[in-house]
Design a protein around this ligand. Structure first.
Ligand code: ASP
Length: 350
């Protein structure tokens, strides 16, 4: 069997914060430090055979580990830059991240690191590393093993023994250990009897075109709040939509509409959307249903979206739709190029 070129290289573990590394404080859990010692200590407790086969790893701690509920697009950008800078020296990268916005970061990284030729695995935990019955060590162990799988060439989430495509994932549980799901995409891999396996034919590897050609955009060039997320509710008024869409600082919006892609029969609503589109704002709509695609036009009630120039996000997650808009708006490309790329699957997100 051919030996993968980077089989001997270690994994880089980047710690960004999250429950996995948290410690108690009088106000509740807060990010803790000294993660390398704590991780090595946890891995030393593995049964000998599993410890012996664990990939070698190095640890890099970000300057200020955070609770991921405070993450912003700037954090996504810094993380992508860190991965882009280090990835060639490592077989793969494992990112330890809070679970609350982990799917957002994974989606953003997938777009920023388009063309990736090795694994970037995000993981975290529902309980801190040192807590009784913690899921942290098992998640890290699985993530390390997937991170040396050359066939895996994309951003993925490893959680509770399952490997999910990063830009297809959502946090789905507030307490259970299997906190993540990918509603419209089958698992990429799984832990089976203490071995990690990739399911054939599901990865991006066959679609990637060779060496990385990352197009890392400058998210700092966009004012904070450039993209908004709006879910419809029965009785929504056009003026409510306009309050956000008319603001000059808003350049894009994710609209969460009904069922297969419908909105209320209200010309004022369609008018508000059409005005924003006409001003060059990038608007994309997806369904409020977690499963299945949004395809406008099956019902007359969906026609207004097409008339208003709203793009269909198909079966993308809200996280992928939002981060894709942020990404495309930060690239210096024309509006029509942006619209075209939005409708094209870039990293298996739709
Ligand atoms: N609030 C935490 C965070 O996202 C939750 C977690 O990590 O599970 O950082």
């Amino acid at each position: 069997m051919p030996v993968p070129v980077f089989a001997e290289r270690s994994v880089l573990v980047i710690y960004t914060g999250g429950t996995l590394g948290m410690v108690d404080s009088p106000r509740g859990l807060i990010p803790g430090g000294d993660i390398e010692t704590r991780l090595r200590h946890a891995m030393a407790d593995l049964p000998p055979a599993r410890r012996a086969s664990l990939p070698a790893f190095e640890v890099l701690e970000t300057d200020r580990p955070i609770d991921s509920s405070s993450a912003t697009p700037r954090d996504w950008q810094r993380l992508a830059a860190l991965v882009a800078h280090h990835h060639r020296q490592h077989a793969g990268i494992v990112i330890l991240h809070g679970t609350d916005t982990l799917a957002w970061t994974a989606s953003s990284l997938a777009f920023q690191l388009l063309g990736l030729d090795r694994p970037v695995i995000l993981t975290g935990a529902m309980r801190p590393l040192e807590a009784e019955g913690s899921d942290a060590a098992a998640n890290v162990e699985d993530a390390l093993r997937f991170a040396v799988t050359p066939r895996l060439q994309e951003v993925a989430i490893c959680f509770a023994g399952r490997l999910l495509r990063g830009c297809r994932s959502r946090k789905w549980q507030t307490q259970a250990a299997d906190a993540f799901t990918s509603p419209n995409q089958a698992l990429l891999g799984e832990r089976v009897d203490n071995e990690v396996v990739l399911y054939p034919g599901r990865g991006l590897a066959d679609h990637q075109r060779g060496a990385p050609r990352f197009e890392l955009p400058d998210y700092s060039a966009m004012p904070p709040g450039s993209v908004v997320r709006l879910a419809l509710w029965p009785g929504i008024q056009a003026w409510q939509l306009e309050t956000w869409l008319r603001d000059d600082r808003v350049n894009g919006a994710v609209l969460e509409v009904w069922g297969g892609g419908n909105l209320p029969d209200d010309p004022a609503l369609v008018g508000a959307l059409a005005r924003a589109s006409g001003e060059g704002k990038l608007l994309a709509a997806l369904s409020q249903c977690p499963f299945g695609p949004a395809a406008f036009g099956n019902y007359a009630a969906g026609q207004g979206l097409t008339d208003a120039g709203v793009l269909s996000a198909d079966d993308m997650t809200p996280e992928a739709t939002f981060t894709k808009l942020v990404h495309l708006l930060a690239l210096s490309i024309s509006e029509s190029e942006r619209r075209g790329r939005f409708l094209t699957p870039l990293v298996g997100e739709r």
